[in-house]
Design a protein around this ligand. Structure first.
Ligand SMILES: [Zn+2]
Length: 126
């Protein structure tokens, strides 16, 4: 180990008008309106306010209208209804029929986020 090439000159760090800083780009984030978690793995379900003003489930995520996302936890759906988080996100009041529809959907979901504890079918039973 003797001959080092003499090209180890550190290049001067210098931006000459070509510096491209990290531009804040608007990326549509899918965030559960109840727990505010991003959950791409479990998947979020879109709820859409249609141009007609009704609120419907949008499993495909492609419908027109203002959308809000809820994750796969039943409690998030119930909380979003109870706290009006969904109504706020969609900027439209949720009527009883819509709330019933969403609750019915919530009942198809697992009671808690991690449904891997079959010994406790009643969450929060303390
Ligand atoms: Zn959630």
């Amino acid at each position: 180990m003797a001959a080092l090439p003499a090209s180890g000159r550190p290049a001067p760090v210098q931006g000459r008008g070509k510096a491209k800083g990290p531009r804040p780009k608007h990326v549509p984030q899918r965030m559960c309106v109840a727990c505010r978690e991003h959950d791409a793995k479990r998947g979020l379900t879109r709820v859409v306010r249609t141009p007609e003003g009704s609120v419907e489930l949008d499993p495909t995520g492609k419908r027109n209208g203002r959308g809000a996302y809820l994750c796969g936890r039943r409690e998030c759906w119930e909380r979003a209804l109870r706290t009006n988080a969904l109504a706020r996100a969609l900027n439209v009041p949720i009527d009883d029929d819509t709330a019933a529809l969403l609750r019915r959907h919530a009942e198809t979901l697992a009671p808690t986020g991690t449904a891997d504890d079959p010994t406790s079918p009643h969450p929060g039973g303390r």
